[in-house]
Design a binder for this molecule. Structure first.
Ligand code: NDP
Length: 280
């Protein structure tokens, strides 16, 4: 590792859309740290060489985004237990000896976002319904189980994927068929959309909210648009809602701390900066 300004980045393919440089550069500026955070476009077939080059190039580490999060598990030297459980790495830390440690900070981002956006919500007070069974859903499920949720209903279009998650995460996770998702809303204290439905240019999430208790919190991992049709419908009927942008910002905090030595905060100014790019 060199002694110059510390550098980190986000490795993905494509990576052009990533908002992570805005987030980390804001924190570098705010904390007066001489460093940088850059986009690293790396094709899937070059992932191993790209990761191995980090140390020689003086990088403190990097974030990983699509399509690298799962593939990196087999490349890094150590995988922390949470990343192993989630089955994906989104943060790589280069050690003093040049070795690579893989972590997953999406679960942290998910729960910190909920804490900040819905302070009244308590995991232990009732069940959650999670829609989706991809990487985002796995992070949300791990976070909710670790937070002490008594029961978690899981609905995914592809039943086999949901069954596999329930098997991996244990008996508190109960699979509900995709067709019965609206009925599973009765009695939940939290609804999580972890599918890509509702995203700009994606089909909408068809989910009548009639059975959703009025006090249940609703959160969406999708953050383009910020106010998804699901969040708008929930807000219109008085449910507390939390958008997905907070998760994106909070998941960056532990990586920044590992690379630059300061655990940064998500501020309204940061939120405004990132939100402005979603409208562009
Ligand atoms: P994956 O590709 O791993 O999973 C996509 C999920 O959406 C699967 O459950 C899939 O179901 C479901 N899905 C896709 N199309 C349809 C459809 N037409 N009908 C029903 N279900 C569908 O993606 P991720 O888990 O990585 O991401 C999901 C969303 O969460 C994305 O919008 C992503 O941007 C967002 N996200 C946001 C984060 C944040 O920080 N806010 C962090 C991570 C993700 P099936 O298994 O049947 O294909």
């Amino acid at each position: 590792m060199n002694d110059g300004p510390r550098v980190a980045g986000v490795m993905g393919w494509p990576v052009e859309h990533s908002r992570s440089p805005i987030i980390h550069r804001y924190w570098l500026e705010r904390h007066g740290i001489a460093g940088d955070y850059i986009k690293l476009p790396v094709r899937p077939e070059n992932l191993e060489r790209g990761l191995r080059a980090l140390s020689a190039l003086g990088f403190a580490g990097c974030n990983l985004t699509l399509p690298h999060k799962e593939m990196a598990l087999a490349i890094v030297d150590r995988v922390d237990p949470l990343a192993r459980r989630i089955g994906a790495i989104n943060t790589v830390v280069v050690g003093a000896d040049g070795s690579l440690e893989g972590r997953n900070t999406d679960a942290f981002g998910f729960i910190e976002n909920l804490r900040a956006g819905a302070p009244q919500w308590r995991a232990r007070t009732g069940p959650a319904l999670v829609l989706g069974a991809g990487g985002g859903a796995r992070a949300a499920i791990a976070a909710l189980l670790d937070e002490g949720i008594p029961e978690l209903y899981l609905a995914n279009r592809g039943l086999a994927r949901a069954d596999a998650l329930a098997e991996a995460f244990g008996e508190r996770v109960r699979v509900v068929s995709w067709e019965r998702r609206a009925r599973a809303l009765a009695g939940v204290t939290l609804l999580v959309n972890a599918t890509s439905l509702g995203m700009t240019n994606a089909p909408s999430l068809d989910l009548p909210l009639d059975l959703l208790p009025p006090s249940a919190t609703v959160t969406d991992l999708v953050y383009v648009p910020l106010m998804t049709p699901l969040l708008a419908a929930a807000r219109d009927r008085g449910n507390p809602v939390v958008d997905g942008l907070g998760m994106l910002m909070h998941q960056g905090r532990p990586g920044f701390a590992a690379w630059f030595g300061v655990l940064p905060e998500v501020t309204p100014e940061l939120r405004n900066r990132v939100a402005a790019t979603l409208l562009a």
